[in-house]
Design a protein around this ligand. Structure first.
Ligand code: GLN
Length: 518
């Protein structure tokens, strides 16, 4: 049951073959069983049981268990952002995304683990401890025969290289497991492990796509402004978007159709009526122009990722698509530019946590200034504090034009790279999502947050600069038996085309899924 897609489970719920309360109980059981993966910050069992009881199979997500990252405000349910600063914060309202899920009949199973305030790319910097990847965790089985038959099928049709994965599922040393990716790592593990059928992440520079890629699920970053950010605790307002994590592209479409649209509570949402996506017609891939941006071939990229990238480009070409190399010359400047803009907006956004309004307040009572200082130094981790300090430095009057204004100009150049590619007739860009498969925990933490973000976000964050939609889809397993994924990007608001191509690729590669009901 837990391996089914939303579409499949919906059908069973609608025709009465399954009851919402049984599905909810199975998911709660799975969450308990996989507790050591640390995907949830909090299970919302009572809320879920009530919602499951009320499900009446009239709405799109009726009775479907979902989870949301712990930076979405949930009415009367703690929303911690994985930070001591908000450890006891209970919002008095639901984020628009949470409300829309609820209105569509979804069952909220829990709040998912993340890097503190969504700053990171590993889900290793959380007051709740790190999340672990389910792949190679010893908690699941990969369908070995399936892996081989799929590879054989692909090889015959498209002359792919021989299967690299043994599809094994050995347990990694207790203290040296594979990371889930971040910052929405808990959401990705919850979906990959069959604990929920969909989850919300957030994506400022790649935080939905990165963990989705490492955990072998679909991760969609919609166009900026298509989904409301109201009640999503901000990281970088000009780049943040709610992210969607599902097991299939079709399920991502279902979620997008539930969530998209104008919200009077978020002035940055677009006002045009949202026309629900319809992927009922199969796309004619031979009419597509696929761009391969040469600058995404960057230092540190693994041979396996490169191989996967060219295999899928070949598959598209053999199916008749025009696959062309394109240049996006400002891509290498994106990381530096992002980091300046990120820190400037962080410095401004984090000013609200003063010990008075939200969450933590230390016992310091010598002066208001001392209260602010002690609350902020105790409440934030080193990464958040570092970004606040750097941001305030960039925003000093004497530095403002040299850093902040300069970074805005570079951001414009990056967006223009995308605009040029679209106007040359490219439909979608095909790139890696991450440079390697999931690293081990020990290897990941041997570099600091800044260094990790610089390589982890290389392929993902230019899309946030331009606001364009991007989706990651799992393609195959690496030699270590971990997911390898690729990213597609399209022009803003062309999610229909983007997801139609993603679904075509998904159907051809037929990524091996985990056996979850064990
Ligand atoms: N890794 C990036 C950062 O730490 C992106 C985070 C995100 O997308 N939320 O800023």
């Amino acid at each position: 049951m837990l391996s089914l897609s939303i579409r499949q489970i919906s059908r069973k719920l609608k025709d009465g073959a399954l009851l919402p309360s049984d599905v909810c109980a199975a998911c709660l059981y799975q969450a308990e069983k996989l507790k050591t993966l640390n995907m949830f910050v909090r299970l919302t069992k009572e809320v879920a049981e009530i919602q499951a009881k009320e499900a009446d199979s009239r709405c799109l997500l009726d009775g479907i268990p979902v989870a949301v990252k712990d930076n979405y405000c949930t009415l009367n349910v703690e929303t911690t952002c994985s930070s001591q600063m908000l450890e006891n914060f209970k919002p008095q309202y639901n984020a628009t995304m949470v409300q829309k899920l609820q209105n569509a009949g979804a069952v909220l199973l829990g709040k998912c683990n993340m890097d503190e305030f969504a700053m990171g790319s590993g889900t290793v910097d959380s007051i709740h401890g790190p999340s672990k990847n389910i792949w190679q965790s010893g908690k699941c089985a990969t369908s070995i025969e399936h892996v081989h038959s799929v590879k054989v099928k692909c090889r015959e049709f498209y002359q792919l290289s021989p299967p690299s994965s043994k599809g094994s599922c050995s347990t990694v040393e207790e203290d040296d497991w594979f990371i889930a990716g971040g910052s929405s790592g808990g959401s990705a593990v919850a979906v990959a492990s069959g604990t929920v059928f969909a989850a919300l992440g957030s994506d400022t520079g790649g935080s939905t796509r990165n963990p989705a890629a490492y955990c072998g699920v679909v991760g969609l970053k919609p166009s900026y402004g298509l989904l409301s950010r109201h009640g999503l605790i901000p990281l970088v307002n000009s780049m943040d978007v709610p992210g969607i994590l599902t097991r299939t592209v079709d399920d991502a479409v279902t979620l997008l159709n539930v969530l998209a649209g104008y919200d009077p509570l978020d002035s940055t949402t677009i006002r045009d009526d949202f026309i629900p996506l319809d992927l009922s017609q199969d796309i004619d891939i031979s009419k597509m122009r696929i761009g391969i941006p040469q600058e995404y071939h960057c230092p540190g990229i693994s041979d396996e990722v490169l191989e996967t990238w060219s295999e899928v480009a070949d598959i598209l070409e053999k199916a008749g698509a025009e696959v062309v190399s394109v240049s996006m010359p400002h891509t290498p400047s994106s990381i530096a530019c992002y980091s300046v803009l990120n820190q400037c907006e962080v410095a401004s956004n984090m000013a609200r946590y003063d010990g008075i309004e939200f969450g933590l307040r230390t016992a310091e009572n010598r002066s208001t200034e001392e209260l602010y200082a002690s609350t902020r130094s105790q409440g934030f981790n080193e990464i958040v504090r570092g970004r606040i300090l750097a941001g305030n430095y960039f925003l000093l009057q004497r530095n403002y034009s040299q850093y902040f204004v300069q970074a805005l100009k570079v951001r414009r150049l990056i967006a223009q790279d995308f605009a040029r590619v679209w106007s040359s007739g490219i439909d979608v860009l095909l790139t890696p999502t991450t440079l390697t498969d999931a690293p081990r925990y020990s290897q990941f933490i041997s570099r600091d947050n800044r260094e990790q973000c610089a390589s982890q976000d290389y392929c993902t964050q230019p899309a946030n600069m331009a606001g364009c939609p991007a989706v990651t889809i799992p393609i195959k397993l690496s030699k270590q038996g971990l997911p390898l994924s690729l990213q597609l990007m399209s022009q803003n608001y062309r999610e229909n085309l983007l997801l139609a191509i993603a679904r075509w690729i998904e159907s051809v590669v037929d990524f091996p899924h985990l056996e979850l009901d064990i």
